[in-house]
Design a protein around this ligand. Structure first.
Ligand code: G6P
Ligand code: MG
Length: 219
């Protein structure tokens, strides 16, 4: 049976995906090139250092480790400026309702985000006491698409991967969930999230019963 739901943060619980994109775009612009929204799909769910490498390769730049550290720090400062203005109003539509259904169904929950800023964001939106386990970028050594962030969450909840459903908006995150042996609900476009077991536009259009019914029989 399904025992736990594991949630990505950026783009699933809260709309920080747009802030990551704005900050990365500002950095690319300063370096003399641009990144499109379509290109940004490759960055979603990917760690800060891996994202920078992908962006620099896109711009045809090879830089020293020291310069890369400077740029990653600059991006994070811009990102934190955007995040500092966030409140519970930034929680995505449908999230509070979905979580009350999750609680009623008696399911466990974990956060699975490679963001080192995840604890700060949860605090800002007032959701720091909602999850039974929180795995963030400070607790892992490999970012998505590696499954570590989700397998650690399952281990902390003491459930097996086949008892978990992952909720993800990113291609790299969907891959991480699948490689971890979990069911994956993609939130976004089915044309982008092709590896997901089920795709919906957002948590607003899903019910917990619907998700459980979809995966319950399969185990
Ligand atoms: C999430 C976001 C990515 C971001 C990563 C690292 O996975 O989807 O866009 O690069 O976290 O975030 P951080 O806050 O540590 O820079
Ligand atoms: Mg995400």
């Amino acid at each position: 049976p399904i025992k736990a739901f594991l949630f990505d943060l950026d783009g699933v619980i809260v709309d920080t995906a747009i802030y990551h994109y704005q900050a990365w775009r500002r950095l690319a612009n300063e370096l003399g090139f641009d990144i499109s929204e379509e290109f940004n799909e490759r960055l979603k769910g990917v760690s800060r250092t891996d994202s920078l490498d992908i962006i620099l390769a896109h711009g045809g730049l090879t830089l020293s480790e020291a310069r890369k550290t400077e740029l990653a720090t600059q991006k994070n400062e811009w990102y934190l400026e955007l995040v500092s203005r966030m409140t519970s109003d930034d929680i995505l539509p449908g999230v509070p309702n979905f979580f009350s259904q999750v609680r009623k169904a008696g399911l466990q929950t974990a956060l699975g985000s490679v963001s080192k800023n995840a604890p700060l964001i949860l605090e800002r939106i007032g959701m720091n006491n909602v999850f039974d386990a929180i795995i963030d970028g400070n607790k892992i050594s490999k970012g998505k698409p590696d499954p570590e962030v989700f397998t650690k969450g399952a281990a902390e909840l003491e459930v097996s991967p086949a008892e978990c459903v992952v909720f993800e908006d990113a291609v790299a995150g969907v891959e991480a969930g699948k490689r971890g042996g979990m069911y994956v609900v993609g939130l976004g476009s089915p044309d982008v999230l092709t590896q997901a077991d089920l795709v919906a536009p957002s948590l607003e259009t899903l019910t917990v019963d619907e998700v459980l019914a979809r995966f319950q029989g399969e185990g």
